[in-house]
Design a protein around this ligand. Structure first.
Ligand SMILES: Nc1ncnc2c1ncn2[C@@H]1O[C@H](COP(=O)(O)OP(=O)(O)OP(=O)(O)O)[C@@H](O)[C@H]1O
Length: 268
C-alpha cells in the first residue's frame, strides 16, 4: 500500500477564516459490489490549480461528479464553500452548482448549436441578461480562447482542440469560482496539449478561482499545477505542493509521477 504524503485535511477553513471552496471528507462510493471511492479526503487549495493524477479507473471522474453534485456519496461529505451539498435544499444545491464551470473531456458541446450559442447557453438559461449583454460576454470569452472567427461554426466543423477551447469558454462564461477539467488533454497531440495548458494558466491568472485538473498526463501536470493530489484505489495517497510531489521519494508517488514500470504500482 502506498504511503500517505502530507495529509490533505485541515481545520476546514482557509487562513482568512473563510470556508474552503471544495472539500471531500471520508467519501465512499460503490457501484454494485465495486467500491470506487474508499474514504477519500481532500481539501483543495483555494485560488490555486490542483491536479489530480491517478491510474485509469481509480475514480477521478467519479470524484468530479461528486464535486458538482451529479453523484451522491454513500458515506462522507462533499463541502462546497463549507456547505455539504447533499444536506442543503435542492434550490441551494442548484445555486452552488452555478459557482462551478466544468470542462468535460470532449467539450460536451451541443451538436445542434453553433459555438456562439453553445457559449451563450448558460447565460440564457441562468441569467436575465439582455441579448446585447450576452453577446458582449460571449465574444470576450471566445476572443480569450482564440475562437472569435469560428463563432458560427458547429462543433462538428471544428477540430478536437477547438472543441475543448469552446468548452473552456463556456465553462468560464458564468464567472465561476471553481473550474473542473476532466482530462482536458485527452485526444490532443503534445503541441495542442501544451497550448491548452498555456490557456489554462492564462485564464487562471486572469480570472482567478479554484481549478481542479484531472489528468493522466504527467507533462500537463508539471506545467499547470500549484498542488498535486495522487489517488489510488479510491483514496488520496499524496497531496502537496507540485514541486514537493515531483521531488517525492515515496515509491508509489515516484513511480506514478515518473511513469516508470518498475515500482509498487502493478497492472491490477
Ligand atoms: N455510473 C457508474 N456505474 C458503474 N460503474 C461506474 C460508474 N461510473 C464509474 N464507474 C466505475 O468506477 C471506476 C472509476 O471510474 P472513473 O471514470 O472515475 O475512473 P478514472 O480514474 O476517471 O479513469 P480514467 O483515467 O481511465 O478515465 C471504473 O471502474 C468505472 O467503470
Amino acid at each position: 500500500m502506498a504511503s500517505v504524503g502530507r495529509l490533505p485535511v485541515d481545520s476546514g477553513a482557509a487562513s482568512n477564516g473563510a470556508p474552503h471552496s471544495m472539500q471531500v471528507r471520508g467519501v465512499h462510493k460503490a457501484f454494485g459490489d465495486f467500491q470506487v471511492l474508499r474514504g477519500m479526503n481532500l481539501d483543495f487549495a483555494d485560488n490555486a490549480i490542483t491536479t489530480v493524477l491517478g491510474p485509469s479507473g481509480t475514480g477521478k471522474s467519479v470524484l468530479i461528479k461528486h464535486l458538482v453534485g451529479l453523484l451522491e456519496p454513500d458515506a462522507g461529505e462533499v463541502l462546497v464553500f463549507g456547505k455539504d451539498i447533499w444536506r442543503v435544499s435542492e434550490q441551494e444545491r442548484y445555486e452552488l452548482r452555478k459557482r462551478f464551470g466544468v470542462l468535460f473531456q470532449d467539450g460536451a458541446l451541443f451538436g445542434s448549436m453553433n459555438l456562439f450559442d453553445n457559449v451563450a447557453f448558460p447565460l440564457r438559461k441562468h441569467t436575465n441578461l439582455s441579448e446585447a449583454e450576452i453577446a458582449e460576454i460571449v465574444m470576450s470569452r471566445l476572443i480569450e480562447v482564440g475562437l472569435e472567427r469560428s463563432l458560427t461554426k458547429s462543433p462538428s466543423e471544428i477540430s478536437g482542440g477547438m472543441r475543448k477551447r469552446a468548452g473552456f469558454a463556456r465553462a468560464l462564461v458564468m464567472n465561476p469560482d471553481i473550474v473542473l477539467f476532466d482530462e482536458p488533454d485527452s485526444g490532443l497531440d503534445p503541441v495542442r496539449t501544451s497550448l491548452l495548458c498555456d490557456l489554462i494558466l492564462e485564464m487562471h491568472a486572469r480570472h482567478k478561482g479554484t481549478y481542479l485538473v484531472v489528468t493522466h498526463d504527467i507533462r500537463s501536470a508539471r506545467k499547470v499545477s500549484d498542488y498535486v493530489g495522487v489517488i489510488w484505489q479510491g483514496k488520496v495517497v499524496h497531496y502537496g505542493e507540485a514541486e514537493e510531489a515531483f521531488a517525492s521519494e515515496d515509491p508509489f508517488v515516484r513511480q506514478f509521477l515518473s511513469g516508470e514500470s518498475a515500482g509498487p504500482l502493478g497492472m491490477d
